[in-house]
Design a protein around this ligand. Structure first.
Ligand code: SF4
Length: 375
């Protein structure tokens, strides 16, 4: 049905870039609108990635604007909203930046149209990602074994829906393990049989069949997927982790965003010179407060102009973290941060008992953050 809109937000990070390529190659039947929300403060590497994706996807990535830049005295979204907030820098506990520059323009563009939003949470991650509060927007996670959002699963597996699920399974399966499946379906969720256990049991028996039954149930609801005649993702049982993501980017020619590449640094520990590596683990604004200290050191040494630009925002008691950038850039602090990072990384390598790769380091450091900016 043509009135359902399909959208995919590209943050500049590896996962959303890989998802865009994946959807265009594996599900060309779905007419996806690719979009990005520019804060005006992204790294050059992010803009390079979006340009490369434009040619690989064969269609233009739309810019969902948060401000009218021509008529804003500040000329770019971040500075515009910072002025509006009286110079109050965003932080993990007061994150006005994502709301104003990512979520509001997204929801404004979508309006009241039934919309399916594809989100690049990987199969090896344990987080849910952004779920819009608006009922006309449904999130789908194509890289995960469970492609459905938490709210869908909660309603679908609720004890009051058991009869429906049972009858749909009976209609759609001729497989030999129907008795086992029905045993899982019939068992109500309780303190000893959780929603997660029930979900995993059903997914483990047959992902495609599970998706088919969910699809039938969605047809009885107002969810956008339920308004479709067919949905090719229900026949998808691939689960993609970080290695698969890097492969998609490499194979497509888009490549891995340059800031993920490890760069060697030297640090003196107990009179010995050691060689560690650092990189940036996330896309988003160059001054993002979610950065780890070692990422600030990376910015200082690899993009000193951007570090200086980030420092300019720190005034009148406002800083990006508990330690000001003026203090962090002192050579003794830089050495201490590298030393702590080197020791932690080597401890992790010893714990893993196998060589850890730079992909492992990204996995380790990407944990905290904002799904809208870093996926
Ligand atoms: S990257 Fe960081 S600073 Fe920029 S909008 Fe996202 S959360 Fe805010």
């Amino acid at each position: 049905m043509s009135e359902i809109k399909h959208v995919l937000g590209i943050s500049g990070g590896k996962d959303s870039a890989a998802l865009a390529i994946y959807m265009s190659q594996k599900h060309p039947d779905i007419n996806v609108e690719y979009y990005t929300c520019d804060t005006g403060k992204e790294l050059t590497e992010t803009y390079d990635l979006i340009n490369k994706l434009n040619s690989v996807l064969g269609k233009n990535i739309r810019l969902y604007k948060s401000i009218d830049e021509v008529n804003s005295p500040e000329g770019n979204p971040f500075d515009h909203f910072l002025a509006m907030y009286g110079g109050y820098l965003p932080s993990a506990t007061s994150r006005w930046c994502t709301g104003k520059m990512k979520l509001e323009p997204f929801e404004k563009e979508i309006g009241d149209n039934p919309t399916i939003s594809y989100v690049g949470i990987r199969g090896d991650e344990n987080r849910e990602g952004y779920i819009s509060k608006k009922e006309n927007i449904q999130s789908i996670f194509p890289f995960r074994k469970n492609i459905w959002s938490e709210d869908v699963i909660k309603k679908f597996l609720s004890n009051t829906n058991i009869d429906f699920v049972k009858s749909e399974y009976e209609k759609h399966t001729n497989s030999g393990n129907i008795e086992l499946i029905l045993q899982y379906v019939n068992q109500p969720i309780s303190t000893t049989y959780t929603q997660k256990q029930k979900l995993n049991a059903l997914l483990d028996t047959n992902v495609k069949l599970f998706n088919k039954v969910v699809f039938q149930w969605l047809k009885t609801t107002d969810y956008p997927v339920g308004k479709l005649d067919s949905f090719s993702l229900i026949d998808n049982d691939e689960v993609l982790g970080i290695d698969a993501i890097f492969k998609i980017l490499d194979d497509s020619g888009v490549g891995i965003p340059a800031y993920y590449k490890p760069i060697e640094y030297e640090v003196e520990i107990d009179g010995e010179v050691k060689h560690g590596t650092y990189s940036r683990s996330r896309s988003g604004c160059f001054f993002c407060f979610y950065q780890q200290k070692i990422e600030w050191v990376w910015l200082l040494e690899q993009h000193p102009d951007l570090y200086e630009a980030a420092m300019v925002y720190e005034k009148e008691g406002y800083s990006w973290m508990e330690e000001s950038l003026e203090v962090l850039k002192k050579p003794e602090r830089v050495s201490a941060i590298k030393k702590e990072h080197y020791i932690r990384m080597n401890r992790n390598k010893l714990k893993a008992k196998t060589a850890t790769s730079w992909q492992d380091e990204i996995l380790e450091s990407e944990g905290e953050g904002c799904a809208s900016c870093f996926i």
